[in-house]
Design a protein around this ligand. Structure first.
Ligand SMILES: Nc1ncnc2c1ncn2[C@@H]1O[C@H](COP(=O)(O)OP(=O)(O)OP(=O)(O)O)[C@@H](O)[C@H]1O
Ligand SMILES: [Mg+2]
Length: 396
């Protein structure tokens, strides 16, 4: 069928034609944000889940909702090797400039801009990547200690006070939180703890890989009580079918029930894979309806496309030893696997593989669901490893 009209949207952070199966969670977050605005006790929310389940598009959709409800939002993505203060500072500035246009909040917003100036200046030594336009001079003693934990807390307090005056809330949307260093995560937790205690309208809606939950607890033991950690995973069968059928229907194209079943079975309901299969099935089919045969014929190109994009970008960032480690895991199946079993595959001692395992965790490739267990963060990565490193050569 006409590829120009193809509605499906595989891609990192690419909004899907139908955001299936996430209404309940969006409603939970909407309620939380509204409560924060009203100064009611509310936990921050961290969406945790593996690669390609739709964390980023959910954050974006939630942000749109928050903006439409009149909340002030900040949106950052933590890449590896950039500091959290450097990411937050320019975004906070924009939010504060907007708040300073509010008559009631003007004075406090300007004070917060002074706080931001002191914050940036004092932390510049430690976090050299901080770059932010300064609109006002610092206020001596306000968020300018040079200690992130203290200064971030002081800064979010003044920002919160300004938001409160404006009758709004500040919502921090932070993606890929698992890449933020422990010390910076701890500072963020402390600052949010403080604003929560003071009932100031500041809240975090974050997203990250499954290891995030443990990292937060590691950074601050009380983090587990301060946050909710809704798990984002593959879509249940009915939602997965809707994700495929509805966008087609909107173009007056039918997808046969057995075709839908085949897609669900091949993708296991993972959103990224659903988009890829939908796209290729559409391009393969001659006309409506899309049949099971179309889906089967499209599977080769869907897998090839995933291998070249979704899987490939991850694989290319690995050292030879890291590849070998993941290949050994794949040899054992989808996982999770015991560290001892992986080491045995490689004819090595568990301890000697510790550094490799840690690097893979830092890169976000694997995580530890429980002590001594190792699992992929990328769904179906085991099958990909078999395709990209076939046979037994990897053992040598
Ligand atoms: N609820 C959904 N229904 C249908 N498709 C979805 C849904 N959520 C996400 N998608 C699609 O899945 C793909 C991946 O989404 P997204 O990039 O948000 O995932 P992610 O969890 O952030 O992945 P990563 O961990 O790699 O950043 C996109 O193509 C998106 O359109
Ligand atoms: Mg993402």
């Amino acid at each position: 069928m006409d590829p120009v009209r193809n509605p499906y949207a595989p891609g990192a952070g690419t909004p899907p034609p139908e955001l299936a199966g996430r209404d309940e969670l969006r409603e939970t977050v909407r309620i939380a944000l509204e409560r924060v605005r009203r100064g009611l006790p509310t936990k921050s929310i961290l969406l945790v889940g593996p690669r390609g389940v739709g964390k980023t598009v959910l954050l974006d959709r939630m942000r749109e909702g928050a903006e439409a409800a009149g909340l002030q939002t900040v949106r950052v993505e933590a890449p590896e090797n950039r500091s959290l203060p450097a990411l937050l500072a320019p975004q906070l500035r924009i939010a504060l400039l907007r708040l300073s246009r509010n008559e009631q909040a003007k004075d406090l917003a300007r004070r917060a801009l002074r706080g931001l100036a002191g914050f940036a200046k004092a932390l510049k030594l430690k976090f050299r990547d901080i770059e932010v336009g300064l609109d006002l001079d610092p206020e001596p003693g306000l968020a300018d200690n040079g200690d992130l934990q203290h200064d971030l807390q002081a800064l979010l307090e003044v920002v919160g006070a300004a938001a409160q005056k404006a009758g709004t809330a500040l919502v921090l949307f932070v993606d890929e939180l698992q890449y933020v260093e422990e010390e910076q995560l701890a500072a963020l937790v402390t600052a949010l703890h403080r604003t929560a205690q003071r009932r100031l309208p500041v809240v975090l809606v974050g997203a990250g890989l499954p290891q995030l939950r443990g990292q937060m607890g590691q950074a601050k033991s009380y983090a587990e009580r301060l946050f909710d950690f809704p798990e984002i995973g593959p879509l249940p069968e009915p939602d997965a079918k809707i994700a495929i059928a509805k966008p087609a229907e909107e173009q007056r194209v039918q997808v046969n029930e057995d075709a839908l079943q085949s897609i669900v079975q091949r993708t296991r309901g993972y959103p990224y894979f659903l988009q890829e299969w939908g796209k290729h099935a559409w391009d393969t089919a001659d006309a409506s309806p899309i049949t099971r045969d179309d889906v089967e014929a499209a599977s080769r190109s869907a897998i090839a496309a995933l291998d070249e994009s979704f899987f490939r970008v991850r694989f290319d960032r690995l050292t030879p030893l890291e590849k070998k480690y993941l290949r050994a895991m794949a040899e054992l199946g989808p996982g999770p696997h015991r560290s001892g079993d992986i080491a045995e595959q490689l004819d090595r001692k568990v301890t000697s593989l510790g550094p490799t395992r840690n690097q893979l965790i830092a890169k976000g490739m694997i995580w530890s669901p429980s002590h001594g267990d190792t699992a992929f963060t990328v769904p179906l990565f085991d099958e990909f490893m078999h395709r990209i490193m076939p046979g037994d050569d990897w053992r040598h």
